[in-house]
Design a protein around this ligand. Structure first.
Ligand SMILES: Cc1ncc(CO)c(N)n1
Length: 232
């Protein structure tokens, strides 16, 4: 059992509320409405910029070469992902300047600033645990949805699924799982574990909220809320 397994078990259904969210299920079936996916992807681009900063903070908090290497790998995986976001949005006619000028929604602010705060107020293990649902969750989702690509050669969300099913992303996630165990190797008592599980659970709930934010934006009955417009 890894620390990641222990944390996943400790938060119970909050993990699958995230990884098996309706957004994910419908995306896998190719039945997710495009406006929901577009709303998600623009917010996710903004999310990735803040997550790149969180990985840079992990580098700053590192005291060993192995920790620096993990932070650098996390940062480069995120920068690689932004290429997907730029390609897909360009295909929809969204210019790079429009993407950069898009406004962060509350769920995007909440999740990214929560993680950055864990990093600033806690130590490197707190920060890596706050970052873990992101990398490990998307790796799990990529593996779960990959068979849908075999079944449908013209799957509408092929590029997105392929990005996270890709061996490069999977290897980053496996390395992150190993590094968590190394960071906790000196022993994690029950109080520390409870605190880590609290962080891990909060980040997983914020991931689920992030999917829901996109579903809500595209729901026909969604009330108009001017504060939630994504472009400035
Ligand atoms: C919200 C979110 N979580 C995780 C990932 C994977 O990096 C992502 N791109 N977006």
């Amino acid at each position: 059992m890894t620390l990641f397994d222990d944390l996943t078990r400790a938060i119970g259904s909050q993990w699958t509320d995230y990884t098996e969210h309706e957004f994910v299920r419908r995306l896998g079936e190719g039945a997710l409405p495009l406006p929901a996916f577009q709303d998600y992807l623009v917010q996710d681009y903004l999310f990735l910029i803040q997550f790149a900063r969180a990985n840079a903070l992990a580098a700053f908090k590192s005291t060993s070469l192995a920790d620096l290497e993990q932070a650098a790998a996390g940062l480069s995986a995120i920068l690689h992902e932004t290429g997907l976001h730029r390609r897909l949005t360009a295909g929809w006619g969204i210019a790079p300047e429009q993407l950069d000028a898009a406004r962060e929604k509350q769920g995007t602010v909440a999740y990214t600033r929560f993680v950055l705060d864990c990093g600033m107020s806690g130590d490197l293990l707190d920060l890596q645990v706050a970052l873990a649902p992101c990398t490990m969750g998307y790796a799990e989702i990529g593996r779960a949805l990959a068979p849908a690509l075999e079944a449908d050669p013209r799957h509408p969300y092929r590029d997105w699924i392929a990005e996270y099913a890709d061996e490069g992303f999977q290897a980053t996630a496996r390395a992150a799982i190993r590094r968590l165990d190394e960071l906790g190797a000196d022993g994690i008592g029950p109080r520390r574990f409870a605190r880590l599980a609290e962080i891990f659970g909060a980040a997983s709930r914020l991931e689920a909220d992030f999917w829901q934010q996109a579903l809500n934006a595209a729901a026909p009955s969604a009330p108009a809320d001017p504060s939630q417009k994504e472009t400035a």
